[in-house]
Design a protein around this ligand. Structure first.
Ligand SMILES: [Ca+2]
Length: 323
């Protein structure tokens, strides 16, 4: 059993990821911290509470954190997840609204909770981040010695060769708060970055998988229903329903590292200044020409995952929906 804290800007794919983590017998979620990103903070916190309730296993404490990035205005992702982050089911004719959550938030700020939980653990624990890195960077600035006790950080974020609809080259979680991301990436705790191209493309779920998830019952229905906006976007664009699950892929890779079929070690930085490149993740490998020209080698602080085995991910997701 591996102890983890999950930091999340809970919208539809985060919701699936939380349910998977809470139903994965190899993981023990000791706390959930929420951050603004896909949706404003209040909605992210509400959606996290709802997801814990749907998981139907145990209820770790849930703490609300930072309501916006360190130095720039918040940008959300309504167009991908719906205005409420969970498919706007109560606003859509013919859809059954999701059950309201009765699980309360735990008092206290997520940044203080991160520090307190990490400090209280006897052994170093893991952190999985599924949203912008505002909470984590703030905790690192506030209590660096405690945050250095983290064993490892697994980040859903970044992109190797990917063009975001909003920017030329940044992935959403990093783009929302690039300064926070660069603080985390240079802090010194080892990182696994599960990039967007690992989570999209071949790992995308098509119509037959949507049907098989629904056949699993309430959890499978939840996985599909809360992703309604993304599924309908795909139906409108391509004629068939499909959706990506970046955050669940990241939890799955943490739980089953062998699922990552393409990975490499890298020095990792985030561009914070460029007009066209703000939020871009820079993966600098030892054999890059740039590295070879430096007097000292750059530290290899991160492992970058660019591909997962889609079948293994699908089996993991199905097992979490069925159990
Ligand atoms: Ca997320």
């Amino acid at each position: 059993m591996r102890k983890i804290i999950i930091d999340t800007d809970t919208a539809s794919d985060d919701a699936v990821a939380l349910v998977c983590a809470l139903r994965d017998p190899q993981l023990q979620v000791v706390a959930i911290t929420t951050v603004a990103g896909n949706v404003p903070l209040e909605l992210a916190s509400y959606n996290a509470r709802m997801s814990v309730e749907y998981a139907g296993t145990y209820a770790p404490p849930i703490y609300a954190g930072c309501a916006g990035p360190l130095f720039c205005p918040l940008e959300t992702a309504d167009q991908v997840h719906g205005k409420d982050g969970m498919g706007d089911l109560d606003q859509t004719p013919g859809c059954t609204p999701l059950r309201a959550s009765t699980i309360p938030l735990t008092p206290g700020h997520a940044v203080d909770a991160l520090i307190a939980h990490i400090e209280a653990e006897k052994e170093p624990i893991d952190l999985i981040t599924l949203g912008p890195l505002t909470n984590v960077a703030t905790a690192m600035r506030k209590a660096p010695e405690v945050m250095k006790k983290l064993r490892h950080i697994t980040i859903m974020g970044g992109a190797h060769h990917y063009h975001n609809p909003h920017t030329v080259c940044a992935e959403f979680n990093i783009m929302v708060d690039p300064e926070a991301a660069d603080i985390v990436c240079t802090f010194g705790v080892p990182i696994t970055m599960v990039t967007l191209e690992a989570c999209a493309g071949r790992a995308r779920l098509g119509p037959d998988m949507i049907e098989k998830l629904r056949a699993c019952g309430e959890i499978g229905d939840f996985f599909v229903d809360c992703n309604r906006t993304m599924i309908e976007n795909a139906r409108a664009a391509e004629g068939v329903p499909s959706f990506d699950l970046p955050d669940p892929v990241t939890v799955a890779v943490f739980s089953h590292p062998e699922m990552a079929t393409t990975r490499f070690e890298s020095h990792l930085r985030v561009e914070t200044k460029g007009d066209y490149t703000r939020g871009m993740t820079l993966f600098i490998k030892p054999d890059d020409f740039y590295s070879l020209t430096l007097p000292e080698p750059l530290p290899l602080t991160a492992e970058i995952v660019t591909e997962v085995d889609p079948q293994q991910f699908w089996q993991y997701l199905l097992a979490c929906a069925r159990k």
